[in-house]
Design a protein around this ligand. Structure first.
Ligand code: MGD
Ligand code: MGD
Ligand code: SF4
Ligand code: MO
Length: 741
């Protein structure tokens, strides 16, 4: 109260919703004084994290981009001059026309990401514009959880989603398998419900190479596991469950196909190797008795929520981890029931179905299909995209004109001669820090140097923006109106504009509209920002009144009981079959078998990763690198915020034993390297990471010195630009060496 009185000059409080590419969706109360945000408070029910509360520092950061910029120095040098919007947009329009006329529309590459999860201001606007002006070459694949999405689509025939978090209170056991929601939040109030579950006596286990904040806060048991070996542990748990006859055979008979095939593999009848806890113990580093005990605990404590985080799947053969997790949940009858879980892509999943604001504004603009996609035959290599039908811009479509996001740099470098669909000349980047966030930074840099023109819509001079010919400054969500949903869809959020755009920065909608006019698309949109938002809200039957919603910022929705994924498919399977060829959960997938990929088996199996600890390369680079998501950033966003930097300095975590043999002490500056790159970074010597594993939190800003050695701590200088046969991105599969610098 006293604090409020001291800061008592607040003229108004504006409610908005932060959704800073962490999937959190936390309401914020912004105190405004003379057009300036002076203070940010959290909502009482949905608690904002440190980033949301520090967002003022991001809006007013001294390095915010406020004016359009044109490159004057060498590509990547970051030398720019200020230009007018007219000059910047004329230049972008002219280059788009020139490149399409000279090389065809497929020479135009479009790369994008989420930024904030807004319904109007997102990359779909530029997707539409490029579609309507001749088309572009797109990409496919999700950096987040392609392995989990593939597993869910092939096994359930559709995405899985999370139960609302209050359903944790119905569980008897929760397994945080490579999941650290204390840092990653993962859609609102996860920690609150984990705390309540823990207090209510629910057993919580963490399986993670690191003693994460979630393990430290909530877990009764921490099981350290060698990265990328999780499928082996899950398969060995299946061995224990099968040999001790603990499986829910009635569930398997009724809802699944292919269990017998899986059982043969598990028991070793297929390859002569029984997948015993001893077998898995050697692979995973987890004691066999620990594996057997967890299997028994999981089978005996129904309902149990196996929460398969994205990270173990963000690895070589990561799809096998998620397919094995689904199989284990099916074996124990935990799918579709209160207190259980539907592994796959279910830890963050999609907003619970009762809440629907969609479709996004760009989808309502009816831009049609991208001609470059249309002209190419469907791709055969990632079957599940074909199930989606029309390409969804942020997931990529089934067209073979698209290149996987991890191969874009290779595709730019090699073009059609290298077997890629086109020769690429122009890159349009929206809401994405491509150089920083995709594998093998050094290769991306080589690729970007080869292009004729790059345009980037940015708020900051990121590693990617430095390579642009034109940088278009975008405003933040506090400077525009938008809609979103929050906290696994427990409320609708109105992202209220709180202040005017800083400098000359513009919203994505303004940029797209003004660029459209220059490209001859006069009817790009028939509505203003406000009209779009009114139309979307009007169609949403849950929200009675637009003006009240806008004022309150949050429209909460109460569910009669916690939402459960696949509840209908399980309670009434006759009327609600799974949309798979068999109508059931496919432990064996004929569709996968038909793909004919030897390293993509039709039943889930453990396959040893490339760059595993057994790889001969481990003689040279003996440490396995994981690249986690830290609480102080949302990917690269917030890395420049000094308040947050102070809280968690960027460092490489290394186990005490590994540090000692290298003569490394806590705080020492070390060199981390492999054949792909090198960085200099402080070491955090700790027992909270298992021996043989190191962690460089992803998202720190790439900052090369004159020798190309990164000083910023950008993990992707070390990662490999390949994908798994099911499409998983292997950001947690890389061998490195660490030495005192
Ligand atoms: N603060 C913050 N929150 C975020 C984000 C962010 O950048 N910052 N990003 C958001 C986005 S887009 C995503 S996709 C999610 C990502 O969320 P996650 O993928 O769940 O996050 P990570 O931190 O990469 O990994 C979670 C845990 O898995 C462990 N781990 C890593 N490799 C393995 C492995 O091979 N096996 C096992 N068992 N464990 C492993 C890590 O040690 C870590 O403790 O987070 C979202 N939330
Ligand atoms: N090594 C490694 N690499 C990873 C991962 C990993 O675990 N390890 N995780 C991967 C995952 S899961 C993901 S999702 C990707 C994320 O990769 P990105 O989506 O590229 O990461 P962001 O830092 O969110 O980049 C968004 C950029 O858009 C800019 N921007 C422009 N306009 C706007 C706007 O209007 N709003 C907002 N909010 N931003 C705007 C922001 O300033 C920021 O630079 O990274 C992937 N990369
Ligand atoms: S958890 Fe995510 S959405 Fe919530 S305040 Fe933090 S950054 Fe914003
Ligand atoms: Mo992600």
């Amino acid at each position: 109260m006293e604090a409020k009185m001291k800061l008592g000059n607040t003229e108004k409080v504006v409610v908005t919703v932060c959704n800073s590419h962490c999937g959190g969706g936390c309401p914020l109360k912004l105190h405004i004084e003379e057009g300036v945000i002076t203070r940010i408070e959290t909502d009482d029910e949905f608690r904002a994290c440190l980033k949301g509360r520090a967002y003022r520092q991001r809006v007013y950061a001294p390095d915010r981009l406020k004016y359009p910029l044109k490159r004057v120095g060498g590509r990547g040098k970051g030398e720019f001059e200020r230009v007018s919007w007219d000059e910047a947009l004329d230049n972008v329009a002219a280059e788009l026309k020139r490149v399409r006329e000279s090389y065809g529309p497929s020479a135009v590459l479009f790369f994008y990401s989420i930024g904030d999860k807004g319904w109007l201001h997102n990359a779909g606007l530029i997707d539409n514009l490029l579609t309507r002006t001749g088309g572009y070459s797109g990409s496919w694949g999700s950096a987040s959880n392609e392995g989990g999405q593939f597993a869910a689509m092939m096994t359930y025939g559709m995405h899985s989603s999370c139960h609302t978090r209050d359903d944790f209170l119905n569980s008897r056991l929760i397994i945080l398998w490579g999941w650290n929601p204390v840092a990653s939040n993962h859609r609102g109030n996860t920690s609150l419900y984990l705390a309540q579950a823990r207090e209510a006596g629910v057993r919580i286990v963490s399986v993670d190479p690191r003693y994460s904040d979630s393990a430290a806060t909530f877990a009764h048991q921490w099981i350290p596991i060698r990265p990328n070996t999780d499928a082996a542990m899950l398969v060995a748990m299946a061995y224990v469950i099968i040999t001790e006859n603990l499986q829910d055979q009635a569930f398997l008979n009724k809802y699944t196909i292919g269990f017998d095939r899986f059982k043969k593999y598990v028991l070793g009848k297929e390859d002569g190797v029984p997948k015993t806890p001893h077998w898995a113990g050697d692979i995973t580093g987890v004691p066999p008795a620990t594996i057997a005990n967890l299997a028994r605990t999981y089978a005996a404590n129904k309902p149990a929520a196996l929460m398969d985080g994205f990270a173990p799947g963000r690895s070589a053969y990561g799809e096998e981890f998620h397919r094995a997790a689904i199989t284990l949940a099916a074996m124990t009858g935990n799918i579709g029931i209160h207190g259980g879980s539907a592994p796959g892509d279910g830890v963050a999943g999609h907003v619970a179905p009762p809440l629907q604001l969609g479709p996004y504004a760009y989808e309502r603009m009816k831009a049609g299909d991208n001609p470059v996609d249309q002209e190419a035959p469907p791709r055969k290599d990632a079957l599940w995209y074909n199930k989606l039908g029309r390409a969804v811009f942020y997931q990529g479509g089934p067209s073979s004109a698209r290149v996987n996001r991890h191969y874009i740099a290779d595709a730019i470098l090699k073009g059609q001669h290298g077997g890629y669909p086109a020769d690429y000349k122009l890159l349009y980047v929206v809401n994405c820090n491509y150089v920083n966030q995709y594998a093998n930074t050094n290769k991306i840099i080589q690729a970007l140097k080869k292009l004729e023109f790059i345009v980037v819509q940015e708020q900051f001079m990121t590693a990617t923006a430095k390579f642009a010919d034109i940088v278009l400054p975008t405003n933040t969500y506090m400077e525009r109106n938008d809609l979103t949903t929050g906290g696994i869809g427990l409320f609708y959020g109105y992202m209220n504009k709180a202040i005017d755009s800083l400098g000359e920065s513009k919203s994505h909608f303004e940029i797209a509209t003004e660029l459209a006019a220059r490209l001859g698309v006069s009817d790009y949109t028939d509505k203003t920002e406000k009209e779009w938002l009114i139309e979307i809200v009007d169609e949403c039957k849950d929200i009675p009144d637009y003006d009240i919603f806008k004022k309150q910022g949050v429209h909460k929705v109460k569910f009669p009981q916690p939402f459960v994924c696949f509840e209908k498919q399980i309670s009434d399977p006759v009327n609600n079959p799974f949309p798979t060829p068999s109508g059931r959960i496919e432990i064996y997938s004929q569709e996968i078998a038909d793909m004919g990929k030897p390293m993509l088996p039709p039943i889930p199996k453990y396959i040893e990763a490339w760059e595993s600890h057994n790889d001969p390369l481990a003689d040279k680079y003996p440490l396995q690198l994981v690249t986690t998501h830290t609480g102080r950033r949302a990917h690269t966003q917030f890395d420049n915020i000094l308040w947050l930097r102070e809280l968690y300095p960027q460092a490489i975590s290394i186990n005490t034993a590994d540090a000692q043999i290298r003569g490394i002490k806590d705080g020492d500056i070390v060199k981390v390297f492999n054949d792909r790159g090198e960085m200099i970074i402080p070491a955090k010597v700790t027992e909270r990471i298992m021996p043989g594993v190191v962690d460089i939190p992803q998202g720190a800003w790439y900052d090369p010195d004159e020798n190309g050695v990164d000083r910023g701590g950008c993990a992707n200088i070390l990662t490999k630009d390949v994908i798994s046969p099911g499409g998983a991105f292997p950001s947690n599969t890389a061998l490195v060496q660490v030495e005192k610098a």
